[in-house]
Every structure is written in C-alpha cells, then in structure tokens.
Ligand binder design. Structure first.
Ligand code: HEM
Length: 158
C-alpha cells in the first residue's frame, strides 16, 4: 500500500512541476499582454484601454493556479509523503515547499502594496520552489525497474 502512495507522490509531484511551469508561462504572457496594450494605446494616441489589457486572462490564470491549485497540490504531497512513509528528510522538505509557497503569497501582496524591490524576490523564490520541487520528485521517483532515483545513485557506484 505504501508503494502505491509513493507512486501517487511521484505523479502529484510531477503535476506540481507542471503547475510551476504554467506560472512562469502565464506571468510572462501577462507581461507581454500589458506591454502590447500600452504600445497599441500610445500608437492610437488615445486613452482607451485595449480589450486584451482589460481582460488579462494570463494574470487571472497565474492568480488561480498560485492561490488555489499550487497550495492544494503541496498539501496533497505532504499527506502522501506520510502515507507512503517516505524518509523523514523528504517529509520535512515537502513541508518546506508549503512554507516557500506562503512566502511567495506574502511577496505578491508586498508587490500589490507597491514595494517592488522586495516583491521582486517573488521571482527568486519561484526558482527555490522549482529547485526543491525537482529535487524531491527526482529523489523519490517511484517508477522504473530500479526503484527510486536514490537507489539508482547507490547502485551506479558498483
Ligand atoms: C512557483 C511559481 C509561482 C507561484 C506559486 C506564484 C504564486 C503567485 C501568487 C499566489 C500570486 C498572488 C495572486 C493574487 O493574489 O491575485 C502571484 C502574483 C504574481 N506573481 Fe507569481 N507565482 C509564481 C511564479 C512567478 C514568477 C516566476 C513571476 C515573475 C518572474 C511571478 C510574478 C507575479 C506577479 C507580477 C504577480 C502579481 C500580478 C498577478 O497576480 O498576476 N510569479 N503569484
């Protein structure tokens, strides 16, 4: 049964990495949506906001994924790390993902308050989330003939 939970941990972990990828993609697209709107407005010489700027679906997607989907995924991972009886270090580091997300959320609000030099850490913290996420998924990968990546590392020395 724990082996099954370990596999679900791997799948949910991979899903989380895709969500992180979506966050980078949506925020870059949102930035270009804003810039394109500004260029269009200055070319027109009018004050009218372009439709794309008014409805920035990319920013909305970034918010929905960041506020709801990512934290739920991380909470599921924490539960799975216990159910699968993964090593204590993995359980602690999986919980650290949630702390990093809290920090990420807080930094967004610092940004909304206009303190951009500090809010910029949101971009760096995103890299920490990605790095730790990749490490955990690779380290605890439960598929493949030789079991987890750590097993593969151990056997590679022989
Ligand atoms: C692990 C990846 C990421 C997560 C989990 C994440 C999470 C969040 C959250 C929770 C918010 C607050 C949304 C709201 O309350 O409306 C937010 C907003 C924002 N994030 Fe991220 N973010 C990630 C990556 C990034 C990256 C890589 C950048 C840019 C380098 C970025 C830039 C922004 C900006 C500019 C906002 C404010 C505008 C908006 O809400 O669209 N984020 N993010």
């Amino acid at each position: 049964m724990t082996a099954r939970f370990a596999k679900i941990y791997s799948v949910v972990g991979a899903l989380m990495l895709l969500e992180f990828l979506a966050q980078f993609y949506t925020i870059a697209s949102s930035g270009f949506t804003t810039v394109a709107g500004q260029i269009a407005n200055s070319a027109n010489g009018s004050e009218t906001r372009s439709a794309v700027q008014e409805v920035d679906l990319f920013a909305a997607a970034h918010a929905v994924i960041g506020v709801f989907i990512v934290p739920l995924t991380i909470l599921a991972l924490i539960a799975l790390s216990w159910l699968a009886r993964l090593p204590r270090r993995t359980r602690v580091l999986t919980s650290l993902l949630f702390l990093l997300w809290l920090f990420q959320f807080g930094l967004a609000f610092i940004g909304f308050a206009g303190i951009a030099p500090i809010a910029g850490l949101h971009g760096l913290n995103a890299l920490a989330l990605v790095g730790l996420g990749i490490y955990l998924v690779r380290r605890n990968w439960a598929f493949g003939g030789r079991g987890s990546a750590s097993t593969a590392t151990l056997t590679a020395g022989h």
